[in-house]
Write a protein that binds this ligand. Structure first.
Ligand code: SF4
Length: 682
């Protein structure tokens, strides 16, 4: 820990996953300790939470603005850096129009920061603003908004302990949301809740499951349709719920007539009797809750995958009651909030379409200007346009050079952009490609609110001074707004921003900074009774309708077909690291726990290639090539290999493709064809 910094013990929220555990500085250890926050009520934290201060005093923190001179990034004053930004963004707007700029918001930063950035983009004249929820759950949100009217967890963590069955699809909460798993799943499992785990890889979550369906990556739809067929065939549909709350039942049953359970199970790569058992466990439960993650969403058919999952909840009446619902487990600490407050190219704060004139008029009353009506580009679409339709980019708290698919092409695209600003706390891989780098604040140096995975808005409080000339993120974004636009960004701190955003974000209406205090306020919030709604869609769906439709979903083949000598690469996370690793790869504590990545490969696939455990192997396709040690394990299904996306070396996204889901524009990270060979024998 840096010696010239002041630290204080103040209740804040963990900067990593969407669980939202309360953590604070512990001066005895110099590490984080848990406090009894709304989610971790006993003060529990996972290894990442404990290590959250490793980034704060890290020697590689950015402490001064940098500008590119003669090909090198050199120190500059804040005025010099902002003059360059104002001049270049101004030039791009004059020469190419406001849509030639793109703003990356950050689901790792506060609601207030994301709100100010999206307002700034819209005041600049463009809806070209997005956050990395695009890369994780945009397809989940798209499907759930279309059918249920809201793209968030339908239930609260507290009421999910009332479930008789959990259906966990494409998620590994034991490692990715450890405190939820330990504090909510484990007690339920111990008291008899049955868990079905759908995942190509068995992992710590599978250990608690009654049934494991190791689905082939990309074949979720046949699997889920077959489960629906068994539910209907076994008389497990909830007739009264279907009568009252569901449309399209007859058509859906006709569609299921064409589903052959045995053939679907074979296509999905699972045992048909396990599939039937899973269908019965879910269908017979009085209350069954679905949890879904990126194994479902990160496909070029991600939206349809989630539609197929929603069919199961509707068929069985598992919506609108405690212990039921469809519950996306959100990744970053504020991925829910970044979307809530409008850091999306098609939606204003509160998920109102930019094409909705009434919604634009409402925000115009508060903002003093009307946002543009034309939806902007999504994150991956924007980088595809760098150098063409998009000339300038502002990257706030994200690391797209590592996180976007087809990373070699992404790097070239960043080089093709005329002007790139990176606003971050470390010299990330994306910062290396920037023209201006702004040193921002870490989680421990800021105040504001974040919204966790079950829609609870909680407050962060500073635990440390800023290093060097680094500035609070909110101040930087306010100056950006002042420099680039004529709108009013004269906020007296995060509380003033929060007040404003509650006035233009209907689901946050009535919340107050003081009211949140060290507890939380959940959306949708009612100021009348001071409560949020824990279980959505109880009498009506958030669409306003009493009913939602069953939707037949056809399987589509993965975008990257696999030949006989290739394997399917799928990607995911481990407990000791986080996202692009820009922060957690700099934590001594976490690096000691997992210093490097390893390619999980099934023993049969390894034997066929003469690969022994620990051998260095090359994983390659037309997009790229990485070297990594092999971890031979039956945990992955035959034909599939697994790498995490936490490391810049090996950078797995050199191998992933950028085929996009047509609705949500999420890339197909979970299925890439690769060749695997012992290093030196390719
Ligand atoms: Fe942080 Fe998530 Fe771990 Fe809680 S479970 S301490 S929020 S990383």
């Amino acid at each position: 820990m840096s010696e010239d910094r002041n630290y204080a013990e103040a209740e804040s929220i963990c900067p990593f996953c969407g669980v939202g555990c309360g953590i604070a500085y512990d001066e005895r250890t110099g590490k984080a300790t848990g406090w009894r926050a709304p989610v971790n009520r006993r003060g529990e934290v996972c290894p990442k939470g404990v290590a959250a201060f490793d980034q704060v005093g890290h020697e590689e923190r950015l402490t001064t603005p940098l500008v590119r001179e003669g090909g090198r990034l050199v120190p500059a004053t804040w005025d010099e850096a902002f003059d360059r930004i104002e001049s270049e963004f101004g030039r791009v707007r004059r020469e190419h129009g406001p849509d030639a700029a793109f703003f990356f918001a950050s689901s790792n930063c506060t609601n207030e920061e994301n709100y100010v950035l999206q307002k700034g983009a819209r005041a600049f004249g463009t809806n070209n603003v997005d956050n990395c929820a695009r890369l994780c759950h945009s397809s989940t949100v798209a499907a759930m908004r279309a059918r249920f009217g809201a793209g968030a967890m339908t239930n609260s963590l507290d009421d999910l302990t009332e479930a008789d069955a959990f259906l966990v699809v494409g998620a590994n909460p034991a490692e990715q949301h450890p405190v939820i798993f330990r504090s909510y799943f484990v007690p339920a499992l111990k008291s008899g809740t049955e868990m079905i785990h759908v995942d190509p890889r068995s992992n710590a979550t599978t250990d608690g499951a009654s049934v494991h369906l190791p689905v082939r990556p990309g074949y979720d739809i046949p699997l889920l349709n077959a489960i629906a067929k068994v539910i209907v065939a076994e008389g497990l549909a909830d007739d009264s719920f279907v009568d009252e709350r569901v449309e399209g039942f007859e058509e859906f049953v006709s569609f299921l007539d064409g589903v052959d359970v045995e053939a679907a199970a074979e296509l999905a790569g699972v045992d048909p009797s396990d599939l039937r058992e899973a269908a019965k466990l879910y269908g017979e439960a009085d209350a069954a809750a679905v949890f879904t993650g990126m194994g479902m969403s990160q496909h070029h058919c991600g939206t349809d995958n989630v539609h197929a999952l929603l069919n199961l909840a509707l068929l069985t009446g598992n919506v609108g009651r405690p212990g039921t619902g469809v519950n996306p487990l959100r990744g970053q600490n504020n991925v829910q909030g970044a979307g809530d407050v409008g850091a999306l190219p098609n939606l204003l704060p509160g998920y109102r379409d930019v094409t909705d004139g009434e919604a634009r008029a409402t925000v115009a009353e508060e903002w003093g200007f009307e946002p543009p009506a034309r939806p902007g580009l999504t994150e991956v679409e924007a980088t595809h346009e760098f150098g063409d339709d998009v000339r300038a980019a502002y990257v706030f708290g994200e690391n797209p050079a590592v996180t976007e698919p087809n990373a070699n092409a992404v790097r070239e695209r960043f080089e093709a952009a005329e002007f790139v600003v990176v606003h971050d706390i470390f010299p990330t891989e994306t910062a290396e490609l920037a023209d201006v780098v702004l040193p921002g604040s870490s989680w421990a140096e800021k105040a504001g609110t974040v919204t966790n995975t079950d829609r609870q808005v909680m407050r962060m409080r500073p635990n440390a001074d800023l290093p060097g000339d680094a500035r609070p993120d909110l101040d930087i974004l306010r100056e950006l707004g002042d420099r680039l636009t004529d709108a009013d960004f004269d906020y007296d701190g995060p509380e003033a921003v929060f007040d404003e955003l509650t006035r233009v974000t209907p689901i946050y209406e009535g919340m107050t900074y003081d009211g949140i205090g060290t507890e939380s306020q959940r959306w949708p919030f009612s100021a009348d009774d001071g409560e949020g709604v824990a279980v959505l869609h109880a009498d009506r769906f958030a669409t306003g309708s009493k009913t939602a439709e069953l939707r037949p979903v056809e399987h589509v083949e993965p975008a990257d077909p696999v030949t006989d000598d290739e394997l399917v690469l799928t990607t995911g996370r481990v407990i000791q690291q986080f996202n692009s690793g820009a922060v957690t790869r700099r934590s001594d504590t976490l690096v000691r726990m997992r210093p490097e990545d390893a390619l999980q490969i099934h023993p049969d696939d390894a034997a066929r290639r003469d690969i022994a455990d620990g051998d260095d192997v090359v994983v390659a396709n037309a997009r790229g090539e990485v070297s990594v040690a092999a971890a031979v394990t039956p945990a992955v299904r035959p034909g599939t290999v697994f790498l995490t996306f936490h490391y810049a070396n090996p950078l797995v996204n050199e191998l992933t493709g950028d085929a996009l889901d047509p609705t949500a524009k999420i890339p197909e990270y979970k299925h890439s064809a690769v060749r695997v060979t012992v290093e030196g024998e390719a």
